[in-house]
Design a protein around this ligand. Structure first.
Ligand code: DLL
Length: 410
């Protein structure tokens, strides 16, 4: 295996030579690739941000000759132009290897029938899983996203044993199965690997019950390969990370100062072996913690906590910081509610207000006013701020085949 320092030096050199905007940043900071003499020297390198990547659209984050690019994917940016990330032939092979490692850790086996219910397209999700699963040798069903009836038909007819999608879509699948009167015992499913958006332990419990599976978390982002940055094993004690692929740091998102292992902050990632789109100290905006552990699965090494949320999704309501996932966890503790919810930030009398819209579970026939009072009180007690709660009939809120849209405009 290549020495990590040597890999870092090469990665920095590729970024310096391949991206004019990063060369300018490094020149401004008075640092050159040759100045990196130890892994700790990484802290002198400038960060890369989403804005930097956007400015160079479309080929600003392609550090190799275009003739060596065999694939592009795009980040799922909601505003402005997306970010185009490129892969060489070697990159695709390394991604496949990374994903095969991840999927094996999650427990995927050669004899599995693996349904990929992420959209196939510019999104990285489906392709990453596809390559990894094929490398393991399982039977891949490239179902793609949406068409829920067909997903269920495929699951039943082909005997799908493992599935991957966003957690919110998995929950929706469970909901539709229940509506159709299909119980988890009628399926062959045993394993689900979900990611692409934050999801709470309560959501996990409902997916596991609704689909009759063990549900594991997979983290990643298009700027850094796609899925495959972190993966849970069945012990669910944090996400395993490949240190020969990445250097991970946690910084304080305000002061940008590095934080110690175990401290919570913004995750910053450097790729060590990416050819076409090397990333140096990329600020993910995702909030988590890094730690070393001897995992019960037998693997020792670096791990990350499940992501709490994004710094840009954090709501500040009258001085109190609130992440959507916290609200999800509270709603999930009420059996009377489904886990579909939306958050609307508005203003009343010049004060920021947060409205939480959620739905009743199927079959609820109790007193909605009483339930509203009870849930409102718990939200206030646990969040430390009053929110407006609207409980809607089952099925009122939009379902998405991909990532759920939690924050909506009023
Ligand atoms: O969502 C890549 C991916 C696909 C990861 C499938 C896992 C499974 P993007 O569209 O670029 O790429 O979005 C990346 O989604 O910065 C996080 O904010 C969020 N995210 C991804 N996975 C998780 C997760 C893909 N497991 C952004 N938990 C990231 C929490 C996640 N947030």
């Amino acid at each position: 295996m290549m020495d990590r320092l040597q890999a870092l030096r090469e990665s920095v050199k590729r970024a310096y030579e391949g991206y004019s905007w990063y060369r300018e940043k490094m020149d401004e900071a008075g640092i050159s690739p040759e100045d990196i003499r130890s892994l700790e020297d990484i802290k002198y390198l400038p960060f890369m941000t989403k804005d930097d990547l956007r400015k160079g659209y479309p080929w600003g984050v392609t550090a190799v000759d275009l003739v060596d690019v065999v694939r592009i994917h795009c980040s799922s940016g909601t505003t402005g132009k997306p970010t185009v990330v490129s892969y060489t032939k070697g990159d695709i092979e390394k991604w496949a290897e990374l994903m095969a490692w991840c999927l094996k850790i999650a427990g995927l086996r050669k004899d599995d029938i693996f349904q990929i219910s992420y959209n196939y397209g510019l999104f990285t999700g489906s392709f990453g899983y596809h390559y990894g699963a094929e490398k393991i040798g399982c039977c891949v069903i490239p179902a793609s996203g949406g068409y829920t009836e067909r997903q269920i038909e495929l699951m039943l007819d082909l005997g799908t044993t493992a599935i991957t999608s966003t957690p919110s879509y998995a929950l929706y699948l469970a909901e539709v199965l229940a509506e159709k009167g299909i119980s988890p015992d009628q399926l062959s499913l045993r394993l689900g690997i979900f990611g692409g958006e934050p999801w709470s332990e309560e959501m996990r419990a409902q997916i596991e019950k609704g689909l009759g599976i063990i549900a594991l978390d997979c983290y990643g982002l298009s700027e850094i390969w796609g899925p495959g940055v972190g993966i849970e094993c069945p012990y669910k004690e944090g996400l395993h990370i490949r240190e020969d692929y990445f250097i991970m740091e946690i910084i304080d998102p305000e002061t940008l100062k590095p934080l110690a292992l175990g401290e919570e902050g913004e995750l910053v990632i450097t790729t060590l072996n990416r050819e076409a789109t090397p990333m140096i100290r990329y600020r993910t905006r995702d909030i988590t913690r890094l730690f070393y552990s001897d995992c019960s699965c037998g693997l020792s090494g670096l791990k990350m906590d499940r992501v709490k949320g994004r710094t840009d999704d954090m709501l500040i309501i009258r001085g109190v910081n609130v992440f959507p996932k916290q609200i999800e966890a509270i709603l999930g503790s009420f059996r009377e509610l489904s886990l579909n919810y939306q958050l609307v930030v508005g203003e009343r009398k010049h004060l920021k207000r947060l409205e939480v819209r959620c739905e009743l579970s199927n079959g609820f026939n109790g007193d909605v006013d009483e339930l509203t009072q009870r849930v409102s009180k718990t939200l206030k007690d646990k969040l430390g701020v009053t929110v407006d709660l609207t409980i809607l009939p089952p099925g009122s809120l939009e379902r998405s085949p991909g990532k759920a849209k939690r924050l909506v405009n009023s």
